[in-house]
Design a protein around this ligand. Structure first.
Ligand code: SF4
Length: 290
């Protein structure tokens, strides 16, 4: 098996949801361990980030932002597609409609990610009071209708139960997802969930394995580095993850913080780790500076 590496460009941490999600350390003002200060990346910053990613031999990038940033995200996609050959995933949660999906498709986007996080409606409404499960589900359906690849994942360890996780996997199967991020909760300080313990790695590994066994036609099982950390990457791959996300080259030109935790994967540190376990990646190594 060849493990894919997906990098990241965070276009903006502004999010127009009035009440932020209880676990969010990404949105402006949510956690001093996150970005905290509000930003929208310029075209030039996006271009420099994309070129550093491609120059390091990485082939795919996630372009993401909070709610209310569609014009900046579309511009970022156009910049990345105009300046590099990177494959692009866009993640702006449930903040998309049919017309916007068509614009992303026309700009060359391959995959759109809309995580449901949990199918437990009571839990969803408590942790994401200004978000909408039904809207997110609708966006997932529209992504498939638009002929784009759908990424949609689970956030584990936020208070969901075994039955919620089973129902979630069944729902993902019915949506014919192309990619499933399996994310373990990690608390960001100063957020409403700062005292909730992180999801056990064993839970994350078990769900990766269950997704792999249940969703046999799903092309990517993704483990975002910030939700698993260095100690969890190799076990995640051994249990069935074939895409490690939120990995940047060490010369990445922008400040970057993970969405699930501030930590991100550094390509030049991860590659020797994969090598030591005999795990191949899709990174074009001859592009890496000596
Ligand atoms: S998790 Fe996403 S949707 Fe929720 S507050 Fe943070 S940026 Fe906004």
């Amino acid at each position: 098996m060849v493990v894919e590496i997906t990098s990241t460009i965070h276009v903006s941490n502004r999010c127009n949801l009035k009440r932020k999600c209880a676990y969010c350390g990404f949105a402006a003002g949510s956690s001093s361990a996150g970005y905290y200060r509000s930003f929208v990346k310029t075209e030039e910053e996006v271009e420099r980030a994309a070129i550093s990613i491609e120059s390091a031999g990485i082939k795919r990038v996630s372009i993401s932002a909070g709610y209310g940033n569609f014009p900046a995200v579309l511009k970022a996609v156009q910049t990345v597609k105009g300046k590099t050959g990177l494959e692009v995933l866009v993640n702006v949660g449930g903040d998309l409609n049919r017309e916007e999906l068509e614009l992303l498709k026309s700009a060359g986007v391959e995959t759109v990610c809309c995580n449901l996080e949990t199918v437990n409606r009571e839990l969803f409404e408590r942790l994401k009071p200004d978000d909408s499960f039904e809207k997110r589900l609708k966006v997932c359906e529209l992504v498939k209708e638009a002929g784009l690849k759908l990424s949609s994942g689970l956030l584990l360890g936020i208070g969901e139960g075994e039955r919620d996780r089973e129902e979630h996997i069944k729902l993902l199967k019915s949506l014919e997802v192309d990619e499933v991020p399996v994310m373990g909760f990690r608390p960001y300080p100063e957020t409403p969930m700062e005292a909730v313990p992180p999801a056990p790695l064993t839970l994350q590994l078990r769900i990766i394995e269950e997704v792999r066994e249940s969703l046999t036609s799903c092309r990517r099982i993704t483990v975002p580095y910030p939700t698993v950390g260095r100690e969890g990457v190799i076990p995640a791959v051994k249990f069935g993850a074939n895409n490690v996300a939120t990995v940047v080259p060490k010369n990445y030109p922008l400040t970057v913080k993970g969405v699930g935790s501030p930590e991100v994967g550094i390509l030049e540190e991860l590659l020797p780790l994969f090598d030591s376990f005999g795990i191949e990646t899709n990174v074009e190594r001859e592009r890496l500076p000596l």
